[in-house]
Design a protein around this ligand. Structure first.
Ligand SMILES: [Zn+2]
Length: 647
């Protein structure tokens, strides 16, 4: 069966990708753009920058110190390859199949006879193999190669890609096995790659190698670095850690592997450790968008409550990695809170990154952009992750290929089965043709304009002999949801709603989720947004954009009336907002400022700015921001309060 994650046990089982088909709608459209634009876009940039030719140059013996790209550029080729494998299986697209063969042939030529495969180390006058485990990313690259091979194996079967990945995995096991070098990679990823490759092949020793890598970390195994060993989670053993810290993508890839190993080994202590870390990190270190990582300097988690909106890093890859973790925990436990976070992250991080044409991407996903970014040149590599506009490609370009492989396999994250029935975790227009473990078929068609509309219609597409249980997730925000089935309407609380009976072919079950816009208030310990309120609508976080204001500068100082509930409005919501009158030139500090000069700190509370009157401020889905061009943007909106001086 084809699926990115196939645990050998768990509370629920993923469906194969062939059992679910997205039929348009929010995600179907994005998956189609990914297929028709993003995959070719990624390949052409990697060709243009020489990241693909790096493999040819190793094969030809011509590589040298002028090798272009970072040490991890090989991994982008592998992530694209993974995306192509899912895509070729999804649509039978001969173009995707040809690209797989084309890329595989070039990669295969670069593999050394002993299985080592890397374009940055160990050839010509390059540094020796594994001479920089902290920063070299060799095992990280191999981990992504293994994930690509998993996709190929499960959608196609053994071929050159699978065979070369097996040689690479064997090389890793020989070099870093129990009797080998006790090293680990500075960037976790080999662990999750080995665990899944082991599951896909039924090779226990690959899972064991993943466990070895996991348990070696956290003991000061790597050299210390200026950012500290927490940067690569080598400060505390994963079984003892209380919270995610350091580089967010590293922490989350590592955690995904920990779930895999815990599940395969029946290691409940490890699984409980991961759940504990998930709970605290989600409660205290996660943005309202589901974004993770507050700090730019190390692309990392901040301390508890350190969630500044304007300096939010929220790397797109961290969103993808967070979904990897929560999806695995969902499969292990069946708990809806994991699907809740997957949904939040999908709509507000993954959907935010790609441009509508699939040829530009956000790398960082801040919640407040003060200065509109410069329009990105579609022909230019963006040197850095920030900028406020989507860029065609990055110097460090991990995010586009991560989006690509996620969208290509997205239909695999919607539903699961257990011994008794079918569970729907995410709502998208799709056709599900699954099989229960006892061999009975279940077929459901989902029709919805979610998240624009909260109405989800499920039509039983074929008769299943005997009773079975249909389980639907009611999202945590959806208080007041109703379910209509078998002629009855009833309220269903957030959590899981189960309907167990024999279903007739053609019968309709309707879930109505209330997607009216709503206020969401932050925990006061998140100092950076104290006194602010956000507006959400269904699973979407909304934001204000400067281009919707008569004076774009008013975005800095507007306040909204928290006593007036947000109303549905074109594309999102409307809130009652008081616009400030602002001086048109500097000094820009709100009056009254210090006499004789501008200085934004006063000896008494600042009087509020003059007001230019109340307006209905349009709010739009955060994932749509900057699609109309560069703009200032904010998710958290200051709520008006009576002035302390009673003004
Ligand atoms: Zn990234």
């Amino acid at each position: 069966m084809s699926s990115p994650v196939l645990p050998s046990r768990g509370r629920v089982r993923p469906l194969g990708l062939a059992q679910v088909t997205l039929t348009g709608g929010f995600w179907g459209e994005r998956q189609a753009v990914n297929a028709t634009a993003t995959l070719a876009h990624c390949e052409s940039w990697m060709e243009r920058l020489g990241w693909l030719a790096n493999f040819d140059r190793v094969a030809d013996g011509t590589t040298g110190p002028d090798r272009p790209g970072w040490p991890f550029s090989d991994s982008e080729v592998y992530k694209l390859l993974e995306a192509l494998c899912w895509e070729a299986a999804r649509t039978g697209d001969p173009g995707a199949e040809a690209a797989i063969k084309r890329l595989t042939a070039r990669i295969a030529r670069a593999q050394d006879p002993d299985g080592y495969l890397n374009t940055c180390f160990g050839h010509g006058d390059q540094p020796p193999r594994y001479s920089d485990l902290e920063g070299g990313h060799e095992l990280y690259n191999t981990g992504h190669l293994l994930q690509a091979a998993v996709a190929r194996l499960r959608t196609h079967g053994e071929d050159d890609l699978v065979r070369l990945a097996r040689r690479a995995a064997d090389h890793v096991c020989r070099t870093f096995g129990a009797d080998g070098r006790a090293g680990i990679c500075g960037h976790p990823e080999i662990e999750v790659g080995l665990a899944e490759f082991g599951r896909a092949l039924g090779e226990e020793r690959y899972v064991e190698q993943a466990r070895l890598f996991l348990d070696r970390r956290g003991h000061g195994t790597l050299r210390d670095i200026p950012l500290g060993r927490a940067y690569f989670q080598d400060d505390v053993p994963i079984r003892e850690a209380e919270v995610w810290r350091g580089h967010a993508v590293r922490a989350l890839y590592l955690t995904a592997a920990a779930v895999d190993v815990a599940v395969e080994r029946g290691d409940d202590e490890l699984l409980r450790a991961v759940e504990r870390q998930w709970e605290r990190s989600v409660a205290r270190r996660t943005y309202i968008t589901g974004g993770m990582g507050s700090r730019h300097q190390d692309e990392g988690f901040g301390e508890d409550w350190e969630l500044p909106p304007d300096r939010a890093y929220c790397e797109t890859c961290a969103g993808v990695a967070s979904i990897m973790v929560s999806w695995r925990l969902l499969l292990a436990t069946g708990e809806p809170r994991y699907a809740d976070l997957v949904e939040r992250t999908l709509y507000n991080v993954v959907a935010t990154s790609p441009s509508s044409d699939g040829r530009a991407f956000f790398y960082a996903n801040p919640l407040h952009q003060r200065t509109p970014g410069r329009p990105a040149d579609p022909d230019e590599v963006s040197p850095r992750a920030e900028g406020g506009t989507r860029a065609a490609w990055f110097d460090v370009s991990c995010c586009p290929t991560n989006v690509a492989r996620t969208l290509a396999s997205l239909h695999g994250y919607l539903a699961t089965t257990d011994d008794d029935g079918l569970q729907l975790h995410q709502y998208a227009s799709c056709e599900i043709r699954a099989e229960l473990p006892d061999g009975r078929p279940v077929a459901v068609d989902v029709e919805t304009r979610y998240p624009e509309s909260g109405t989800v219609r499920l039509r039983v597409a074929a008769e299943t002999p005997g009773p079975w249980t249909l389980t639907l997730r009611v999202p945590s925000w959806a208080a007041g949801a109703t379910l209509i089935e078998d002629g009855r309407t009833r309220q269903v609380p957030p959590g899981l709603v189960r309907v167990r009976r024999a279903f007739r072919a053609g019968e309709l079950i309707t879930l109505d989720l209330p997607v009216e816009p709503r206020f969401t208030w932050p925990d006061p310990r998140i100092d950076a947004v104290r006194g602010c309120v956000a507006v959400e609508r269904g699973p979407e976080v909304l934001c204000a954009e400067s281009r919707d204001l008569p004076d774009p500068a008013a975005l800095d100082a507007l306040v909204i009336d928290p006593g007036s509930a947000p109303r549905a409005g074109a594309g999102g919501a409307l809130v009652r907002a008081l616009l400030p009158t602002l001086p048109s030139t500097l000094p820009s500090t709100l009056p009254p400022a210090r006499p004789g000069g501008d200085w934004p700190y006063l000896s008494r509370p600042a009087a509020p700015p003059g007001d230019a009157g109340w307006i209905d401020l349009p709010l739009r889905p955060y994932h749509s921001w900057a699609r109309r061009g560069p703009a200032g943007m904010r998710v958290w909106l200051p709520a008006s309060t009576p002035h302390p001086e009673g003004e």
